[in-house]
Design a binder for this molecule. Structure first.
Ligand code: 7RM
Length: 660
């Protein structure tokens, strides 16, 4: 049975315990229904109320939603605020300056505590330094940093002066970094000498140098370098600046730049089904509101909780649930530099005990890989660690199969912690469909019900609602504050990708397939319906990988598909036609390895094909269309039952079926 089928057959239900409901922000299904009813009866009034209650406005908004230029929606546009003020100053002003904002644990285990007061000073100093470098409101700053307090400080410093940040994940290649620097028109780049992961130092500065040298980055006037390891770096006098030297003499006071709620807070690139990654543009008011509100609703975060989200700040989860969400509500969070398996595979569980984590948020891939190792080695099994402080668990990034859900529930949560399986996307800015820990009866593998105010639905290819029990296309029917505002520099792509005419032009198309349970209406996500793969919770476009492959001088043609994978959810399988004869044996293995390294260099190691198959051709129809459905079957090793009579060259199926 596939993972999806097993969710659809899942009958186990876990109602919230009395303890979980007792003080919860949303304390039961009645409270949930009251909020959804409020949103339905007065949509704008509902959002206005929570925006007033949750955020501190420098200038209150008078208008809630502006739909006059749909689908380019605007929320709270005449209201003014500052993200950094909301995440830091207001807590210090309320007397919480001494509270830990970040408990940072380095790769080697060194722990640093950063209070809200510290954060305020560090952010203000860097904000002043950025201004001195000529960075102005509306300018774009690219951040290419490891998991670090400096990463959060850099993002918040940009927000403080009204600069728009664009964080690039530290695992991306120089080519990917170059494309983003160029596309976003960055005026500054903040990076580090190296990053530490699993005991190894990996270069960042040299990749950044390469990225800039690749051209098109004339707008980048300064490269600010955080000294993480002290490793040797090349230095470009006049352009490169050490972060610590830059901030040394700066004032620790910096008046926040008050911006419209619609001012772009950040641009984050994500893979789509076609072409280059899209610069997903998010607004200040929307992100801040929803990141803060979902910390309260989804995670039921209270002042004494210790929150830990294991995502990287290079992904949307790190933006909304490390940099902005926890700080917006004045919470204490753990931040981790390293990897879950170093120095041993019990690192997560050990850290939960060490820092008394109460709310833990991670990805299904991490859970699945840790199941394997801990079932083989009792020393790293969660049961060997003190996890008694945990009260809520969460997952994000990909579907969680019921087996992994149950293991997480029993072994990590001790069968007492609700699991919030949060469905959302880079584009949605924050949680969309998720259980509420004090209200929703849980079903393993289902993300259950939409949050209040989120009008999620399932439709057919024409945009018509489908009945429960029938699969379809996941859409959102009304705009919501934290939705993306645009694709940077490409409004047509924004419209065609997310509000396609085929669905009537008004529905937000998520790109996932889903089905609702006949009885409960619970949503189950069935995965992407476009050419986007999800490998270990990372989004990759098949086209992106294909372009990377065909840019190799050996390659004539390439097609990439996904294959279900026990650990990573999906794995990348590439079908390749070389310009030379089809290689056999060791020669093939050698070229396959070369191509893997090539893809790592072009995009990043996360995009490396797990499996590469060589053929003299690809299966095509007589009109020349690649038959991807056939390739998906071949990738899975399934027997081909489809009709192949329309194929130009059926014999190549045997060649391509051979795993390498
Ligand atoms: C937050 C994030 C988005 C895609 C999305 C889905 C998949 C995310 C879940 C999920 C099933 C979940 N942003 N996805 N969460 N699938 N259950 N709880 O992951 O932009 O990088 O990816 O991830 O396919 O469209 S993302």
């Amino acid at each position: 049975m596939s993972a999806i089928e097993s969710v659809l057959h899942e009958r186990r239900v876990f109602p919230p315990s009395d303890k979980a409901s007792a003080n919860a922000a949303i304390s039961g299904m009645d409270a949930y229904k009251a909020l959804t009813a409020e949103a339905e009866s007065d949509y704008e009034g509902f959002w206005a109320r929570i925006a007033r209650e949750t955020l501190s406005w420098h200038k209150p908004f008078t208008k809630v939603l502006d739909e006059s230029n749909a689908p380019f929606y605007k929320w709270f546009e005449d209201g003014e605020l500052n993200a950094s003020y909301n995440c830091i100053d207001r807590h210090v002003e309320a007397g919480h300056g001494g509270k830990n904002a970040i408990i940072f644990e380095a790769d080697d285990g060194a722990v640093t505590n950063v209070t809200y007061q510290d954060l305020l000073q560090r952010v203000s100093r860097l904000a002043n330094a950025l201004k001195k470098q000529g960075v102005k409101k509306g300018d774009r700053v690219v951040i290419y940093l490891p998991m670090s307090v400096e990463g959060v400080v850099a993002m918040q410093a940009c927000a403080r002066i009204g600069a728009t940040h664009s964080v690039v994940f530290g695992g991306f290649s120089s080519k990917s970094l170059n494309e983003r620097l160029v596309d976003v028109g960055a005026v500054a780049l903040i990076t580090a000498d190296e990053q530490m992961r699993g005991g190894k130092a990996l270069p960042l500065k040299s990749i950044a140098d390469e990225a800039i040298a690749a051209g098109g980055c004339d707008a980048v006037k300064s490269v600010i370098v955080y000294r993480r390891t002290g490793g040797k770096v090349a230095w470009n006098e006049g352009r490169d600046l050490w972060l610590h030297e830059l901030v040394e003499n700066e004032s620790d006071q910096c008046e926040p730049e008050w911006v419209s709620a619609e001012h772009p807070l950040f641009i984050l690139y994500t893979s789509g089904s076609t072409g280059k990654p899209k610069g997903v543009q998010h607004s200040t008011g929307g992100i801040l509101l929803w990141a803060a509100q979902t910390m309260k609703w989804t995670f039921d975060m209270k002042p004494d909780d210790v929150f830990w989200c294991t995502a990287d700040i290079g992904w949307i989860t790190g933006h909304s649930y490390i940099t902005y969400g926890p700080t917006a509500i004045g919470a204490t969070q753990v931040m981790f530099e390293g990897v879950p398996t170093y120095p041993h595979a019990g690192r997560f569980w050990e850290m939960i005990g060490r820092h008394k984590v109460t709310i833990f948020y991670t990805a299904p891939t991490a859970i699945r890989s840790l199941i394997k190792v801990s079932e083989a080695d009792a020393k790293v099994h969660p049961k060997s660690f003190d996890l008694s402080t945990l009260r809520i668990l969460g997952t994000v990034g990909e579907p969680i199969n019921p087996e992994a859900w149950m293991w997480y529930y029993e072994n990590v949560g001790g069968a007492k912690c609700p699991i919030v399986d949060t469905w959302w996307q880079t584009e949605t800015g924050g949680h969309m469909i998720t259980p509420l820990p004090g209200a929703t009866p849980l079903v393993p593998g289902s993300c259950t019900l939409p949050l209040p105010g989120i009008m999620a639905a399932i439709v057919d290819e024409t945009g018509q609602d489908v009945p429960n029990g029938q699969g379809g296309i996941l859409v959102v029917k009304r705009p919501w504050p934290s939705m993306l505002r645009n694709v940077w520099g490409d409004p047509d792509r924004y419209k065609s990708s997310y509000f396609p005419e085929e669905l009537g032009g008004k529905l937000y198309l998520a790109g996932d397939g889903a089905v609702r349970d006949k009885d409960t209406g619970y949503f189950t996500i069935m995965g992407r319906i476009d050419d986007v793969l999800n490998v270990s919770g990372h989004r990759l476009g098949t086209m992106e990988i294909e372009s990377a492959l065909v840019s190799n001088p050996l390659v004539a043609e390439a097609a990439v598909v996904g294959r279900p994978d026990e650990t990573t959810g999906e794995a990348v399988v590439a079908f390749v036609v070389l310009k030379q004869a089809r290689p056999e044996g060791d020669a093939g293995t050698k070229i396959a390895n070369e191509l893997r390294a090539w893809v790592a260099k072009e995009i990043g190691p996360i995009a490396k094909p797990k499996d590469i198959r060589f053929g003299e051709n690809l299966p095509k129809t007589r009109s020349g269309k690649i038959m991807r459905r056939l390739l998906r079957s071949l990738a899975k090793g399934e027997e081909i039952t489809q009709d192949v009579s329309t194929l130009e060259n059926p014999a190549i199926l045997d060649q391509l079926g051979e795993a390498r």
